[in-house]
Design a protein around this ligand. Structure first.
Ligand code: TYM
Length: 343
């Protein structure tokens, strides 16, 4: 079976969004709208795998929705919705819990990182997180998933689940006219200069919502002064910038700042070094701060405007949820029949 190309991706409404989420994911979602039908989800079911204050979850869901729209996702063209409004996600995730193996999930590095040493105390949902992610994608038979590098392993697991489901139910699928399987081998789309934006304080650590140091990340809600100050304080080494990307090897902080600049400017590391090769950070950092402010300030303003009208954001999510549910419904009906559920 050939699958109609379709893009799916999601962002968790937990804490404030940062530059890594924007450059590694949201900005790239916008570009894909011209080439594919796209579905962009606010994954609130995923967010509660760790404790979320309910009132904060409501505002974080609207915050991510506002970021999607402010970045340029057109809700008339693409589907923008929140996961909990479409029950197909939870339903398919249960079935995938019965397809995926404990060993597969036990190998997930994100679970190990997030659960830390206190694994006994992690929620069952945190362990099963990747099966819900597979359900998000496969409920729409999505063929392409733009994500940052940290999601690569989860995408591999999604393919393993699709393959095992197609294989285990192969005979039944053939009887029901799906001889080539019900689920596609979804392709992760991980490219560009900022698929792994690192902490501004430590070039060996990913920029993350959960880093205790606010100076480690640029939040999408930061104002111009905060952005400039964080760039100024960013960790660097004493050498000037090299004139070729090869010279960034072994210089993780320099590599990160050049990658951020390239992504913000919509260009490559090579092009940035073509311009700034030989420059000191005292020259490069102010240029980077100015570029970051120029790109992020309008986004920040538009997000603030959108968040002030929660009824509009909720209406976008409701409309998107109905459209998403309509796409997932026939897939779930097939799944139920294939598995052998009566009714
Ligand atoms: P989340 O909410 O942690 O992050 C959202 C997106 O941002 C990317 N990202 C980064 N990219 C570059 N540098 C960084 N430092 C950085 N930090 C985060 C993530 O890779 C992601 O693309 N499990 C997902 C959400 C999800 C999902 C899905 C994604 C749920 N279901 C189905 C794709 C398809 C997550 O926690 O993303």
């Amino acid at each position: 079976m050939t699958f109609t190309p379709r893009v799916f991706s999601g962002v968790q409404p937990s804490g404030s969004l940062h530059l890594g989420n924007y450059l590694g994911a949201i900005r790239r979602f916008v570009a894909m709208q011209d080439d594919y039908p796209c579905i962009y989800c606010v994954v609130d079911l995923h967010a509660i795998t760790v404790w979320q204050d309910p009132a904060d979850l409501v505002s974080a869901t609207r915050h991510v929705t506002a970021a999607y729209l402010a970045a340029g996702i057109d809700p008339a063209k693409s589907i923008v919705f929140n996961q909990s409004q479409v029950s197909a996600h939870a339903e398919l995730a249960w079935i995938f819990n019965c397809v995926a193996r404990m060993g597969w999930l036990g190998r997930m590095t994100q679970f190990k990182e997030k659960a830390g040493k206190d694994r006994e105390n992690a929620s069952v949902g945190l362990f099963a997180y990747p099966t819900l992610m597979a359900a998000d994608i496969l409920a729409y038979q999505a063929t392409h998933v733009p994500v940052g590098e940290d999601q690569k392993q989860h995408l591999e697991l999604t393919r393993d689940i699709a393959q095992k489901f197609n294989h285990d139910y192969g005979a039944r699928l053939a009887e029901l006219g799906h001889a080539d399987g019900l689920f596609p081998m979804t392709e992760p789309i991980i490219h560009g200069p900022a698929t792994r934006v690192m902490s501004l304080r430590d070039g060996s650590k990913k920029m993350s919502k959960s880093d205790p140091s606010d100076n480690s990340r640029i939040n999408l809600t930061d104002d111009a002064d905060a952005i400039a100050q964080k760039v100024r304080k960013a960790k660097t080494d004493p050498e000037p910038l090299p004139s070729e990307t090869k010279g960034l090897e072994g210089r993780p902080e320099a590599d990160n700042l050049v990658g951020i600049y390239a992504a913000l400017a919509g260009t490559t590391r090579d092009a940035v070094l073509g311009e700034y090769g030989g420059a000191q950070f005292s020259v490069f950092k102010p240029a980077l701060a100015e570029l970051a402010v120029n790109v992020l300030a309008p986004l920040n303003d538009e997000m603030r405007r959108l968040v002030a009208d929660p009824a509009h954001l909720d209406a976008v999510l409701k409309d998107g949820s109905a459209r998403a549910a309509a796409i997932a419904a026939p897939v779930l009906a097939d799944v139920r029949r294939v598995v052998g559920f009566v009714g």
